[in-house]
Design a protein around this ligand. Sequence first.
Ligand SMILES: [Zn+2]
Length: 360
Amino acid sequence: MLRCKICGFPRRYSSVFEWQGDGTILASQRLRMPLMFLEVNEWDFIFNELTSKVGSPVEHILIEAQKNVGKTIYEIARGLYMNIDVKRIPSFLKLQFLAKLLIWSVRNYVAAMGAGSIGLVSYKAGESATLSFINPCLIPMVVGNCLGIYECVEEMPGSSAEYKVEGGTLYVRMSHAEESRVSAERLYLEEPSSGEGKLTFEKCRCGVPERISQSFIWNLEAGEIRNKKTGMREGMVAVQSMNAILRELAHELGEEVLDMLYDSQKQYSRQKLESKKAETANHHSFWNEYLSEMGARGFGYPVSFQTTESSVSVEIKSAYNQILYAAKIAGAVEALTDRNSNITWGENEPSYGKYTISAE
Ligand SMILES: [Zn+2]
């Protein structure tokens, strides 16, 4: 794997990722897909909290929602590595070929995601396939991706999965199913944002913002991204995953799920900042840094941001998800003021959010 000689960022990714002025990261391949860097711990916290508030597992909903992202990844991988039509392969070659295609399709993506190192345990064409992931994380997303790709490779309407973690390795056994349990209409993926905005970065010659290339260490063998500054594990995730997941959760469990997610995200962001009092002492430079960091991670960047002593007003078109972005802002307001906060929404559309968050 070639890496940038200056910053060490994997060249395969720096050549296709574009950090845009509206705080989004676009992977421009045959299909354009917005991506983001998410702390694994943050994801785990938010969804573990949700599971305990809902009182039953939500993983199966996450997996279903992630399937379409898997299908998009498959399309990208197929375009990159083998621009061929599977249907035209002679049937005596097809079995072996499909198994390899399945792995090739996901291997690089999984390593780039930082979601572990993938292997094929067994494959029976038309019946089942079992994959292993050493050093796994973001498990529902990984399982959902696998199922989406599996359905594409085997050209079938539905699939089901059993999965377990044993000795630090995730095993995913996928098999044919009649049809998808979820309406495909709810699982659409949105168009990427315009990319225009005021955010700028100090960038390495390879095009990667220095704040990313200097803090993220990529261990592609182990499928792991580590943040040097925080010591935490990071994952690279499709922005559309998050929206598909939230949409599906709200449909299955009711709109109040979105309030639960908002509260969990706010709590996580607040607690994280409360341990860093020095960084939050100067409010003006804190907000600059906080918003730029979120933009570099692909979470979006506001078109307008105004602060007073105890409130902030935000207008944003490019948020990875309006509710979770707002919750991150609210967590910071609470950490800065040492008070709880309330949010008043003016607009809450997928591509336009306008709200004020005030300390109580
Ligand atoms: Zn570089």
